[in-house]
Design a protein around this ligand. Structure first.
Ligand SMILES: Nc1ncnc2c1ncn2[C@@H]1O[C@H](COP(=O)(O)OP(=O)(O)O[C@H]2O[C@H](CO)[C@@H](O)[C@H](O)[C@H]2O)[C@@H](O)[C@H]1O
Length: 479
């Protein structure tokens, strides 16, 4: 089966969040299931620099006003199709925002171009290859099924995966005439959304199947609280919606071989984590006092509950714990953590920015990872935590609820617990979870059991890749 995957970021070429990890890992995970996946992504400067011997495999004389090429290239086993459209993607800032952190004003055109290119590939643009099915990710690729619906690839199945329904790609109605869609596409059945143009809206209406990244989140987005305006639409399309939990790349995230950590270790050599703890402590300027090190690797946003975490920092320190934070995001949250680090030297440390190698060392050296998200479609850092013996302390929501088994009395007695869950997302309930974590940490056998159980959890793509492959087969069987 030949599948075209379309994503705006793909690890290891470019990553701002979990979408890149998933788009980067799925092709290899699907291979054993008879799926050959080629991935279309934009040719941002950092991507173009990394490509080795790309070949032009197709092109456009005029893609939204400019010529563009499709480059075919293998990158560390990833079969990539890169949309080389310098007018749209050769920019100084990040993939979505400029150097000042502001959205590019032509984002609608940039990602409409990605989607249109995908639809053209589905329609046979490349002389050498045509997919049987298209799998698109998030709003940046969500116009693909809309373009396909009005073009020659009409009828080819499309799967749309929602990684985060908070990001919808909504633009004013004035962009519609610039999208090269027929007038009837500006209707409630397609992209029209309360008078605006909605990229994700259009995709949700037209994809043959909608998936999101955990079964619990698939349920939650049917409610007004989590649906972010799409609960009604999704309820109407319920028979096409399912939740498939993310896996992780167990080669990239393997404490036995990880090149980014100070000492490799496995389930039987957990003592070596001590060396990573030391390296982490040096990095964050921690003192040598015992006590658990909690870590955070996250965008610093309201979604991630970082304001709630900021409220309990003093409690962590008062109880003999330490906190290492790696992240960037809202200025007020960044400054809350920096202020806490200044207030608690040797106990609280903050690294602002994005640092992939350090994120590995944190999972290897910290005792627990804190994830107090208000909503979390799946979450990947708790899965990395399980694999690294860094016990996850998570909010009971979305994929966090689906992947962590709370250390309640019954689960501890049955030896199945892998972490701590709390609800609601409030400082009081996070404090309560921390109290339970401190108590468990004081009992080394209990803590070691939590770590061991977590490390035994299957966080690989094996079972989820199977589900995607089954979904593709069922869509193709429908003809
Ligand atoms: N400062 C930093 N330095 C280094 N690495 C950092 C970092 N900040 C974050 N990361 C990394 O970025 C990734 C974040 O993935 P998440 O799943 O936690 O959330 P995100 O909200 O980006 O993804 C959305 O899509 C994913 C994929 O489907 C869903 O799991 C998730 O719930 C949904 O919100 C992880 O690999 C993490 O290690």
């Amino acid at each position: 089966m030949e599948v075209l995957s379309v994503a705006s970021e793909v690890f290891p070429l470019i990553k701002t969040g979990g979408l890149a990890d998933v788009a980067g890992a799925l092709p290899a995970a699907l291979k054993p299931h008879g799926v050959r996946m080629r991935t279309l992504m934009p040719g941002y400067p950092v991507v173009m620099q990394k490509l080795r011997k790309p070949q032009k495999v197709g092109g456009f004389n005029n893609l939204f006003g400019h010529p563009a090429s499709i480059l075919g290239v293998d990158h560390q086993g990833l079969d990539l199709l890169v949309l080389d459209a310098p007018e749209l993607f050769d920019r100084d800032g990040g993939p979505y925002v400029d150097k000042r952190g502001l959205d590019y004003p032509d984002n609608f055109r940039r990602f409409a171009a990605l989607s249109l290119a995908a639809a053209e590939i589905a329609a046979g643009l490349l002389p050498s290859w045509k997919p049987d099915l298209v799998h698109v990710h998030d709003w940046q690729a969500a116009l693909t099924p809309v373009y396909m619906r009005f073009g020659p690839a009409h009828g080819m199945p499309v799967v749309l995966t929602i990684h985060n329904i908070a990001f919808q790609g909504q633009f004013g109605p004035e962009v519609f005439p610039q999208l090269a869609l027929p007038p009837e596409a500006f209707s409630v059945n397609f992209v029209e959304y309360f008078g605006d143009v909605g990229f994700l809206k259009g995709g949700l209406q037209t994809a043959n199947a909608i998936t999101t990244v955990s079964p619990s989140y698939a349920q939650e987005i049917l409610t007004a609280e989590f649906g972010m305006g799409f609960d009604g639409l999704l309820t109407a399309r319920l028979s096409h919606l399912s939740g498939i939990v993310n896996g992780i790349d167990t080669d990239v995230w393997n404490p036995q071989t990880d090149p980014h950590i100070a000492a490799n270790y496995g389930p039987t050599t957990l003592k070596k984590r001590e060396i990573n703890r030391k390296a982490l402590s040096e990095h964050f300027g921690f003192d040598n006092a015992p006590g658990p090190i909690f870590c955070v690797v996250s965008r610093l946003t309201w979604q991630k509950g970082m304001d709630v975490l900021a409220e309990v920092i003093d409690d962590i320190v008062d109880n003999g714990g330490k906190l290492a934070v790696l992240g960037s995001g809202d200025a007020s949250l960044e400054s809350a953590f920096l202020t806490a680090a200044a207030r608690h030297p040797g106990r609280v440390g903050m690294v602002t920015g994005y640092n992939e190698p350090l994120s590995h060392l944190m999972q290897a050296g910290a005792d627990a990872i804190l994830i107090p998200s208000r909503f979390e479609p799946c979450g990947l850092t708790q899965l990395y935590g399980l694999r690294y013996g860094c016990v996850p302390i998570v909010a009971h929501t979305g994929g966090l609820a689906d992947t962590i088994i709370d250390a309640n009395e019954a689960a501890l007695a049955a030896r199945v617990a892998t972490g701590f869950q709390f609800s609601p997302v409030s400082a009081a309930s996070l404090r309560q979870a921390l109290r339970r974590a401190f108590a468990a940490y004081r009992q080394p056998k209990v803590w070691a059991r939590l770590q061991a159980q977590g490390m035994k959890s299957d966080v690989s793509w094996d079972s989820s890749a199977h589900r995607y492959a089954d979904l593709y087969s069922s869509l193709l069987a429908k003809g």
